[in-house]
Each structure stands twice: as C-alpha cells, then as structure tokens.
Design a protein around this ligand. Structure first.
Ligand code: LLP
Length: 429
C-alpha cells in the first residue's frame, strides 16, 4: 500500500511501520518513498508526455538530489534540471544522460559554464545578456556547440509566499520582459558560431494551487514570440514552462492533479500560438516539489516538554532547523503525528521546537497531539520530501540525518547518517 495507513493504532508509510524505522535507523531520519516518486513519474507520463506530442519533463533536482534519485529519474526516462556545478556533478555521477540535463542559474560561474559545455549538457538556460556574452566567449574558445534557452521573467504575480515567487518584474532571475533586451540577446545568440538558440523558459513560482500564473505567463510569452517573429523573422522551437505545482502539507491545502496545470498550459499554448500563426513549440516542464514532496516523512524523537502555563507548551525534538529550515524561512506549515498513538484523540495543542540555539527554530506552531505525548515518543512530520534534505545544514554542528528509501514495503539506506567525524573531515590543521 502506497502512502499512509493506520493499522492497530500504528502509522505505516508505504507499508513500513514508522515507529520501527525510527528504532532501526535512529532519529532524526528522512524517510522517502520510492513508490510515491515512481507514481508521480507515471502521472507525468499519462498527463503530459504520452498525452501531448513533442514534450519532455525535467525533474528539478534542487528539491531532493541523491545518486538513488538520479537512478529513479533515469529509469523513468525523465531529464534533470540542475542549478550548480555540484548538482551537475551529482546528476552525471548518477548516470543522467547529459543530453537530458537542463542547466539553470542566475550566476553560473565561468567554471560551471565550462563544465556544462564540456559535458555537452542538453540545454543551458541563459539567465542574462551578461551571461550570454561569457558563454559566447567560452564556446568560441572551446570550439564546442551548445543549445540554449533564454530565461525570461514573464511579468506576472503569483499567489504564493513572496520568497518563492519568481515571475514578477523585480526578480534576480531571468531577462526582463522588455523586447529590446530580449531581441538584443537573440541577435547575439544568432551571431554566435557555437550557440544554438532554441527557445524560451519561464518559472513563475513555487507551491501553486492555481494555474492562472502559468496561463498568464504563456500568454505574455506568446505575445513576445509573435513580436519577435514579426520584427526578426525568428520563431522558437522550444518553450519551458518551469515547475511550481503545489502539494499537500496540511489539511487545508488543496493540491490539484498535474493535469489541471498541464491541460490549461497546453490549451493556452495551442490557442495562442495558432492565433498568432506560430509553430507549436516543443514543451518542457520542470517539477521539483510535486515529484518528491509528499514522498517524504521526517522522524524525530521527542525530548524536553516545557509547559508555560497559559502561554504554550513546547515539545522539543532531536532535529529542527538544520534538517528543515522551511518553517523559519517561509513560515511553512506541516502536519505531524505520533505514529504509535494514532488511535488516541489529538486534543492537546503544542508547538514542536527544534534543538538549535535559535528561537525561530520551530518546525510546527500549534499542532494537535495526543494528550499522552511524552519524552521518547516518535514524531512523524509529513510531506518533507522536497527542500528539506537538500536545504539541510550543520548549524550547531548537528550531523545530518540518514535518508532511508522505501520500495515495495522494504527499507534501505540511500544516504548514511553523518558522524561527528564527518563534521571535522574538511578541517585542515
Ligand atoms: N525550475 C526553476 C527554474 C526553478 O527555479 C524551480 C524552483 C523549479 C523549476 C522547481 O520548482 P517546484 O516545482 O519545486 O516548485 N526552497 C523553496 C523552493 C524554492 C524553489 C526554487 N525554484 C521551498 O522550500 O519552498
């Protein structure tokens, strides 16, 4: 059985008893369901790749990247979006075909650009005219061709936390939607011997439940392409519409199936491009959170419980900000359970605190838990598969948890737990 089940008062995830995983591997522990990730890959195929011709999906690896994740993505036939030399390195080591790699970033270093050209990555998404000029020089020096897309800021607002909103005009990402600048970029690309200009990319924002931002971004992009065709007689071959599809963290969240976004995006592309008499481009998507977010659970052990009468009760766990900085950074909300007490009423409101010397080190404000919650209980925080392991730090010299993957009811370690020795492994004396 995929997902959560309660059997005899015990919470199971993907057929595995969470309490037992905590005992077997220790806490904190990232638990990731390979079955859920593979289900998401299947949904990408039915709702997008097999439904619409001339399409490709790239998993945004910043959400969760390990060698085991690369293996899944490779086996499922998807591509990978990387944003740094480090992510590119892991993708290559993980066996991703360079041709299926999309390289992003608003400030790729010269070394990173050279690395991407050396590996022959499928696409570099050029973020600025400045970067284009650097890439032009690099390709001429290396005498190697490269396919590029231009990332544009599509000039739209979206309904999400401002820290994860990227499509608005005032953004560090992408070339602003100002025709003269984009035309200048295309001109430079067209006059570069080794640069093949393939098309346009945008990413509007993250954790979206509503498709209007994508639709508006497609419309703005179609208008741009129309003007480019009229004035420069150039059409695009490819359009990358980014990621951003939302997931369920708490009961009130109302995520939509992938088809809700895809069908609206594809409809708008067909309508607008046909209306303007433009060639229908090859369409790419880049989901990150949606592919892995609900596939992850973090297990902690409860330690100190402090009741401040008439104020609140702090329940502290053996992890926190270093393994999940999202509550502190984005006021993210999570649901969580005591996996061994699923049959008990959840009638006590507590705040789940981490163990760092940092007062914002809170994982969940005002969580309902069983009245009997006590030191030694395990706590399972749900939907931590995206941007937790990948954003983890060693603040307070706390060692990073292991990652255990579940498949067909079986568990295996895919990233071992850090040791104290690892914490000084890079120190030079
Ligand atoms: N493509 C590009 C160019 C992006 O910048 C991003 C995310 C994605 C795709 C994937 O977006 P997704 O499908 O995961 O929403 N650390 C933040 C999220 C930052 C997202 C940055 N860009 C968080 O924990 O909420």
């Amino acid at each position: 059985m995929i997902g959560n089940q309660v059997v005899e008062g015990q919470l199971y995830f993907d057929g595995c008893k969470l309490e037992e995983l905590a005992k077997k591997y220790g806490t904190p522990l990232y638990v990731v369901s390979e079955d859920i990730i593979r289900d998401k890959c299947a949904e990408v195929k039915t709702s997008f790749l097999n439904k619409y011709p001339n399409t490709m999906a790239f998993y945004a690896s910043k959400a969760f990247l390990t060698i085991s994740m690369c293996k899944i993505i490779k086996e499922e036939g998807l591509g990978m979006d990387v944003v740094s030399g480090g992510e590119l390195y892991v993708a290559i080591k993980g066996g991703i075909n360079p041709d299926n790699i999309m390289f992003h970033g608003n400030n790729k270093t010269i070394e990173e650009l050279k690395m991407a050209v050396t590996y022959n990555v499928g696409r570099i998404v050029v973020d600025s005219v400045d970067e284009l000029l650097v890439l032009k020089e690099i390709t001429e020096e290396m005498k190697k061709e490269i396919n590029i897309l231009f990332r544009i800021t599509p000039n739209i607002k979206c309904n999400t936390h401002t820290y994860i909103s990227t499509g608005q005009k005032d953004s560090k990402f992408g070339i602003p939607l100002i025709e003269e600048i984009i035309k200048e970029a295309i001109n430079i690309a067209m006059n570069s011997k080794y640069i093949n200009f393939k098309g346009i990319h945008f990413h509007v924002g993250s954790q979206l439940f509503d498709n209007s931002s994508h639709i508006n971004a497609v419309k703005n992009t179609a208008d741009l392409i129309k003007n480019i065709k009229e004035s420069m007689d150039i059409e695009i071959e490819e359009l990358n519409v980014g990621g951003g599809f939302g997931i369920k963290y708490i009961e009130e969240d109302d995520p939509k199936p992938l088809s809700y976004f895809i069908d609206a995006i594809m409809k708008t592309i067909y309508e607008k491009f046909n209306e303007y008499n433009l060639k229908i481009p090859r369409v790419f998507i880049e989901p990150g959170r949606w592919m892995v977010g609900e596939a992850g659970v973090t297990l902690y052990t409860i330690g100190t419980i402090k009741e401040i009468p008439e104020v609140r009760t702090y329940v502290s766990v053996d992890g926190g900000l270093p393994d999940n900085p999202r509550t502190a950074l984005y006021t993210a909300k999570y649901s969580a359970y005591v996996p061994s007490k699923m049959n008990e009423e959840r009638d006590k409101v507590v705040t789940i605190a981490g163990k760092c010397c940092e007062s914002r080190d809170i994982i969940i404000w005002d969580l309902k838990v069983p009245y009997s919650i006590e030191r030694g209980d395990i706590l399972a925080v749900m939907s931590t598969g995206a941007y937790n392991y990948s954003m983890a730090s060693n603040y307070n010299k706390i060692a990073k948890p292991a990652v255990v993957m579940l498949r067909n009811g079986k568990d295996r370690v895919v990233v071992r737990r850090e040791t104290y020795k690892d914490l000084i492994a890079l120190d030079v004396v």
